[in-house]
Design a protein around this ligand. Sequence first.
Ligand code: ADE
Length: 240
Amino acid sequence: MDIYVLSIFPEFIQEYIKIGVIRKAVEKGLVKITSLNLRDFTKDKHRTTDDYPYGGGGGMIMKVEPVWNALKSIKKRGLTILLTPQGKLLSQKKLHTFSESDSITIIAGRYKGVDERIRTFIDEEISIGDYVLSGGELPALILIEGIVRLIPGVVGNYESVNTDSFENGILDAPYYTRPAEFMGLKVPEILLSGNHQKIKEWKRQKSLKKTLEKRPKLLKNAELTEKDKKYLEKIEKGDK
Ligand code: ADE
């Protein structure tokens, strides 16, 4: 997959992709990440990428020409995404869809907002949450990280990705690792039992319980079996 990022701080992107899972994916040739500096696509002496808004109002606006010039320079832009707090909320489902693209171009805004005409060049607007950051670089990295780990071959143990929180519409089960007892806190007996069927059932129940307690709205869209529903009814009634 080819990923392009348009930003005025390409260093942000270049530094982060040298680390961890993304670095491995790049080394394996599974993804190529190119960050372009929007200032390289300006024509004035000061390499200006922002300007005052027509009609007044506080804050500076990202100019349209550098963005368009940068987009034009990319041969295979693929899905073009603008990061903005006004976009659709990022979800695990969206990450899966994005991870199937051959190529993605991400525009990381800065300043108060972008010239509205930039929206005519893009396919999707994405927000990482209902809060405002100073720029789209961190959101871009979040998007890249979320996408790259879903590309087959990137994460060694694919089962681990499959059981992540949100993958099945609910939160992941609790995990424990050695030691079996720490300051009197014991790992649940069942996990040491070696009974895989029972462990699977226990994990499913814990996932459901956690989701009910922490993110109950997720259960509305989750795929639930009759057994799951019965279990949830039981704990809602106060039984364990
Ligand atoms: N840029 C600034 N804030 C943002 C957000 N919440 N999501 C995406 N891009 C942003």
